[in-house]
Write a protein that binds this ligand. Structure first.
Ligand SMILES: [Zn+2]
Ligand SMILES: [Zn+2]
Length: 79
């Protein structure tokens, strides 16, 4: 799920002009209303506003770190 409610979580982009985050799948973003044209920023109205892809929520990717846990043994017999 994107942060605005649609099922896509890989379609969040950032406007390369003003930095506004928006979801290309549902047209919503950090603004009021919905984008009428997915190529035009709703905030600064620049055409071809698609900047870098934000993706989903990068902070939620703790799954891999958990499986890759180091087996740290508390070795008390240090010599
Ligand atoms: Zn969306
Ligand atoms: Zn913009």
């Amino acid at each position: 799920m994107c942060r605005w409610g649609c099922l896509d979580n890989n379609m969040i982009f950032k406007c390369k002009f003003c930095g506004t985050n928006y979801c290309k799948a549902c047209g919503r973003g950090d603004f009021h209303g919905v984008m009428t044209d997915s190529a035009v920023c709703r905030v600064c109205f620049q055409p071809k506003c698609q900047g870098e892809r934000i993706g989903g929520a990068p902070e939620k990717s703790t799954k891999k770190a958990a499986t890759n846990k180091k087996t740290v043994k508390t070795d008390s017999s240090k010599k």
